[in-house]
Design a protein around this ligand. Structure first.
Ligand SMILES: [Zn+2]
Length: 453
């Protein structure tokens, strides 16, 4: 698990010393404003504006002041028109500032496309639309809303009509039966229920608690690559206490690996639930890994983008993203963590949970978001969580990522069809879930379950 790039021969040391001398010259040139790579240099004061989770206004104030007394009815379908109204408000300086922030991060457009249905094809489309004549009329002229993040280059094409198709989620009514059978059939020979004899171990002792056990992945994808799982087997019936404990134990696992080799300081946690979401075992488990050098590519891209934003605007990128989602009513806060129904979701139902670092509130909110999907019988879920680097884990500077978890649904658990196509892998995200519906479900879950806030 060594970071091989950290080892040098005597000859390499000579080159390294010469390299350091060259770098020193380059740093001096950059400091005095010589633009060597086309980007202006960042000063530390520009990138160290701290993350703030709670704006000092309410979504109700925003709706009334910036959109004109509208308190309900925001949807992705009217997002384009609503932003146009908001950005034309002249009387409120605060509304204008928020509009400038929105336009500083997002590029928004609405496209219309016409579709011609031959008479012979109409009955089939009518059937797809559950016999709804009004929806059938909308097929002829459809609108697509595009949201593109100028800094992170995340882009989503929202197709609301696709969402209106009955059963468009493809969630089988037999999904509970499928889960019951999966649980019964996998319990007897489960490797994780017999982890002491049937799983590999890392070079450090297993990190465990009363509710959580751990193993090394037998086929690692990074220098340290482990698995943490609750002691109970059921694929989707796990409690808040079990999830919070598993994630607290995950942090102990990260620190145990970091203590073996301090060059591995970038922690990640991946959680796929059910085979449909690529989980290799039905027993719930998170994949944990430590990486040297930097966060994994997509997350590092986000960190670099956020720092570029900070350098350009002298503000914290994540604070502004949270503020804009808060204005639009797309956030819910639990203690020191906030969940946002993201305006540029990677896949259907994406919610991002943010906190300065790995707090219990952060873990609880991840649990509530997952339960919001379970409440809708959406059980195939993937989430990717990144934490600040371990050398400043408890008090990370603003130029590192905060603790951040991205949670998406992965299509019908029983559907044989893959949920990711070439479009999502190599083009743009095509999403039919409306962020305002997504946040309403998360809010319901939080109100139902959070006893502390
Ligand atoms: Zn098991």
């Amino acid at each position: 698990m060594r970071n091989m790039r950290a080892r040098f021969t005597a000859r390499e040391w000579i080159f390294l010393t010469l390299g350091i001398a060259n770098i020193t010259v380059l740093v001096i040139l950059a400091y005095f404003g010589c633009n060597l790579d086309g980007h202006r240099p960042h000063s530390s004061s520009e990138v160290l504006v701290a993350l703030e989770l709670e704006p000092n206004f309410t979504p109700k104030w925003f709706a009334q002041e910036c959109v004109g007394a509208v308190t309900v009815g925001f949807s992705v379908e009217n997002l384009f028109d609503m932003v146009a109204t908001w950005c034309n408000v002249r009387r409120s300086q605060r509304c204008r500032q928020l509009c400038e922030k929105f336009n500083g991060i997002y590029s928004l457009s609405k496209r219309e496309g016409q579709v011609v249905l031959p008479d012979t094809f109409v009955p089939k489309v009518r059937k797809w639309l559950g016999g709804n004549e009004e929806l059938l009329k909308q097929v002829n002229r459809q609108s697509v809303t595009s949201v593109f993040n100028i800094y992170t280059h995340e882009g989503t094409l929202f197709s609301p009509l696709r969402a209106k198709r009955p059963g468009s989620g493809d969630f089988s009514p037999d999904v509970d039966k499928y889960i019951d059978e999966l649980n019964r059939n996998s319990e007897k020979d489960c490797d994780f229920c017999n982890y002491k004899t049937m799983t590999a171990q890392s070079v450090f002792p297993r990190v465990e608690s009363k509710l959580t056990a751990s193993a090394s992945n037998a086929f690692i994808y990074d220098g340290f690559h482990g698995l943490l799982f609750p002691r109970s087997h059921h694929p989707v019936k796990f409690s808040e206490e079990e999830v919070v404990d598993m994630m607290q134990t995950t942090i102990k696992w990260f620190k145990a690996g970091y203590n073996v080799d301090r060059s591995f300081k970038y922690p990640h946690m991946m959680w796929d639930i059910l085979p449909k979401a690529s989980a290799s075992q039905p027993h719930p488990h998170v994949q944990v890994s430590l990486s040297p050098d930097h966060h994994y590519g997509q997350m590092e891209h986000l960190r670099i983008s956020a720092n570029q934003y900070a350098a350009d605007h002298n503000r914290n990128y994540f604070t502004d993203v949270i503020e804009l989602h808060h204005a639009l009513g797309l956030t819910v806060k639990v203690g020191q963590a906030v969940a946002i129904a993201y305006l540029t979701p990677r896949k259907t139902n994406e919610v991002i949970v943010l906190s300065k670092t790995a707090t219990d509130d952060f873990f609880r909110l991840i649990f509530y978001v997952i339960q919001a999907l379970f409440d809708q019988k959406i059980y195939a879920i993937s989430s990717a969580t990144v934490f600040p680097a371990l050398h400043h884990f408890e008090n990370p500077p603003a130029n590192d990522l905060p603790a951040m978890s991205r949670i998406i649904s992965r299509g019908g658990a029983t559907s044989p069809r893959g949920d990711i196509s070439a479009m999502e892998l190599f083009g743009a995200s095509n999403v039919f879930s409306d962020p305002w519906n997504v946040i309403a479900n998360v809010q319901k879950s939080v109100y139902k379950r959070a006893t502390r806030s």
